[in-house]
Design a protein around this ligand. Structure first.
Ligand code: TXA
Ligand code: MG
Length: 351
């Protein structure tokens, strides 16, 4: 199958032709690469079980890992959910359209293929204009996991989607580099207390300001014992990983820099390439093969926006060993470290 990349602008008059084509593809059960404000998604008709099966196949993703259903109008939530708790309505008003996903009881309209057999459904209304146009063109209910092939860092550009899915989908809509760069915050509203399943741009504090205290799924803080399962099934899989071996290095700045430079020299003697993830203030202090500054030390938004890109660049440069500093920033810092710790398979070195 040939995969075309076509630009869109988030302007209905300019995008008419491409949206007609993309909508037709989705309604016929095909898949389309779609920009959103968080990461690129792999879009299919959420109410068509065949489309959901195709999504799992194209991504190489286990089919017990449910998909998020994207809608373009708040009203649309009623058809796919069984009940709408008051806290869900408050969060919708506060954060939609935007990077927040809510887990709710599903209605019979949503096939089990889309929810990985669960009786709940994850719903989000993105703010990206191209995504909203595509959701409408495709019939109003779009299942879209992140468009990376399973296990790889999520895609923040159309070129990344092409890299992972070329030959497997007919069309990728290019809306430029995404704004946020990390997937949406997920909150589960089906239990007695709301529960944070995945941290994102909308922080726990922002949610609590609106609906009071929320629990945090133990898998997020990495204190899960073997018998427990994360409530978002996707969080149990190895994720976001570059091909090289990634370590997070914690400690006083001088120790971190000294250790990484020493390891880089040792690696070179063994014929191994070393990559480093750091911030612009310290970029010049490293001696390694590939050094990427994700942004200024206190600029969480740049660090988030560049994280997946930098992990993919490590692959492009064939880094064998990758060392990352710990990024401590308020707000989005939790989401950054959540993705980084998973990408590193929880390998953390204290120096
Ligand atoms: O920002 C985003 O959310 C992006 C863009 C494309 O919208 N999508 C995304 O989808 O990150 P995905 O499939 O890569 O991650 C969805 C996560 C998975 O961890 C999955 O297990 C969880 O959401 N999830 C989906 N439905 C769920 C449900 N009913 N209950 C619990 N977790 C659910
Ligand atoms: Mg994903």
């Amino acid at each position: 199958m040939e995969t075309r990349i076509v630009k869109a602008y988030g302007d209905e008059s300019k995008d008419r032709e491409i949206m007609e084509e993309a909508g037709r593809l989705i309604r016929s059960g095909a898949l389309v690469g779609m920009p959103t404000e968080t990461v690129y998604g792999l879009a299919g008709d959420a109410l068509n079980p065949r489309s959901s099966r195709k999504i799992y196949e194209a991504k190489g993703r286990p089919s017990d890992n449910p998909l998020i259903v994207h809608i373009a109008e708040k009203e649309a939530i009623k058809r796919i959910t069984e009940e709408l708790p008051e806290k869900a309505e408050i969060l919708m008003e506060a954060f939609w359209p935007g990077p927040l996903t809510m887990v709710l009881r599903k209605s019979a309209a949503v096939p089990e293929e889309t929810t990985g057999g669960l009786d709940t459904v994850a719903v989000r209304m993105p703010v990206n204009k191209i995504a909203l146009e595509l959701i409408k063109a495709g019939g109003g209910y779009i299942a879209a996991p992140s468009a990376n092939s399973s296990g790889r860092p999520s895609c923040t550009t159309a070129a990344h989607v092409y890299e992972d899915l070329k030959g497997r989908i007919p069309l990728i809509i290019d809306g430029g580099k995404v704004g946020i760069g990390l997937e949406s915050t997920i909150v589960d509203l089906t239990g007695e207390n709301p529960c944070l399943l995945r941290p994102g741009y909308i922080s726990r504090e922002m949610l609590e300001e609106k609906i009071g205290e929320i629990d945090v799924d133990p898998s997020i803080e990495g204190v899960m014992d073997e018998k427990e399962h994360p409530k978002a099934p996707g969080m149990k899989y190895k994720h976001y990983s570059p091909k090289g071996e990634l370590y997070i290095v914690k400690g006083k700045s001088d120790n971190v820099i000294g250790s990484i430079n020493r390891w880089a020299a040792e690696n070179r003697e063994k014929g191994l390439k070393t990559g480093v993830l750091t911030v612009s203030e310290r970029e010049d202090r490293y001696k390694a093969d590939i050094i990427r500054a994700l942004g200024a030390e206190n600029d969480g938004e740049s660090i988030a926006a560049n994280l997946f890109l930098a992990l993919r660049e490590m692959d492009d440069c064939r880094a064998d060993m990758i060392y990352s500093e710990e990024f401590q920033v308020p707000g989005i810092g939790d989401a950054i470290m959540n993705r980084l710790v998973r990408a590193a398979g929880h390998k953390i070195l204290e120096v």
